[in-house]
Design a protein around this ligand. Structure first.
Ligand code: ZN
Length: 218
């Protein structure tokens, strides 16, 4: 059942955050989407986010965080850095952007508080863990506490995908009645191809593997 509250969703236009957007729409009276421009190689990601928000009548804001790319160049923002195909033996893959989720959530929290919103939603997941330390549940809980202390406010960070894998994320999209929307209108591919994507990059492989497994068992 819906409550009266509003939620702010961190929204990139990819599979995970779009699923979270619809998860929030099913639970909150009003959902606001916040995207970040941090110099992604593919502006198409932000375009996807924009058109989904427009189609589903979600208020959408884009914040400029291009400074992040200057501070931490990585394969998602720089075309001269090839995306790691697999997680390295140690350390983080070069698609990892130091501090990204912390910065995103911090700006989202500042934005939310101005509007009297306490609930933040983010699509991070520990299950398909590819070595991103800021996708871990312990990090989210820690940051939630920090943000509450920093702003003397009761934020509630929701992570609907934290303990589910890609197959279950497709199942959730289906349950929410938006499987086709997620499949056709989101962009997850590191090579900037909407929907099915290039099929070869790590993001496409993970997405397709989950989709095929879900369709097989459905
Ligand atoms: Zn791809």
């Amino acid at each position: 059942m819906k409550n009266k509250k509003q939620a702010l969703v961190i929204f990139s236009g990819g599979q995970d955050s779009t699923t979270c957007l619809f998860w929030a729409k099913a639970r909150y009276e009003e959902v606001i989407a916040l995207s970040f421009d941090y110099g992604q190689r593919h502006k198409k990601e932000l375009e996807c986010a924009g058109s989904i928000a427009e189609e589903y009548k979600v208020e959408h804001h884009i914040l400029d965080l291009s400074l992040l790319n200057e501070l931490a160049p990585n394969s998602l923002t720089r075309s001269d850095i090839q995306v790691d195909q697999e997680a390295p033996e140690s350390g983080t893959p070069n698609s990892f952007v130091d501090g990204r989720n912390m910065v995103f959530l911090t700006y989202a929290a500042i934005f939310a508080k101005q509007r009297g919103i306490t609930d933040l939603v983010t699509g991070v997941s520990q299950s398909d863990f590819s070595g991103y330390p800021d996708c871990r549940d312990i990090f989210i809980k820690s940051l939630n506490t920090t943000l509450n202390l920093a702003m003397d406010y009761e934020f509630d960070i929701h992570t609907p995908l934290m303990w589910i894998d890609k197959k279950e994320t497709w199942a959730l999209a289906d349950e929410l009645g938006v499987l086709e929307v997620i499949r056709d209108k989101t962009l997850t591919c590191y090579n900037g191809i909407m929907g099915e994507g290039c099929g070869n990059c790590p993001a496409c492989k993970l997405r397709k593997k989950g989709y095929d497994r879900y369709m097989l068992e459905k």
